[in-house]
Design a binder for this molecule. Sequence first.
Ligand SMILES: [Zn+2]
Length: 240
Amino acid sequence: MEFVDAIVLKSLDYKDSSKILYLYTEKGLLSVIAHGVKKMNSINRVLSQNGNLIRITFTKGNFPSLKEGELVNDYEMIKSDILSYTYLNHIMELVNNTISEDLDHPKMFNFLKKIFKLFNDLVDPEMLSFIFELKLLYFLGYGLNFKQCNICDKNEFLVFNVDNGGLVCKEHLSFNQESFDSDIYIQLAKLYFIDINEFKTVDLTSNQRVIIRHIIDLLFDQYVSFKTKSRKIIQQLQKY
Ligand SMILES: [Zn+2]
């Protein structure tokens, strides 16, 4: 029997005692029906909780159902912190709603597990989310350019602009376009290029955090056209 590792992105009630689990695995998104999982004495109850890493087997076919499963990690520390847990949900909503079939899922799945582990070590959740969101853009095919002007390849007098997906020189910036100077885009590039295997905190001032949040929101508006519900909760918690 083949066991598969999966992250529980979301679960929905189904009939009286069952749930549909929306999972992410090394092979991409997967939904399975977990029969009887809502009963108090079900050994599979723990498998239906958002944000858990589980290992399962399931039936084949169009609507697979859960056969056996075990908990691998419930990331207890994340769930004890409201801001961390909200950011985790923000990330899981993005995975559930933006990732298409033909992407490099093993790579994304491993990256997610590493990000979850850092969350559970109570690393700054906002910074982890910035990193995840920027890398997700790249993963979805919207890589950002931090090298030279997108239009003329000049290396001087550069600013970051969302419409151009990266740097442009001041000559090629349209007069009505919002732009960000090097004090911001250097930090943005550090987050974008960070190696998650050797994670080191990027020092950000509170002002830079607000601006970087704003830029990432603009990028997602423009290129992905998807907003999470958790983003609104983050806004209530952090005021931006
Ligand atoms: Zn230029």
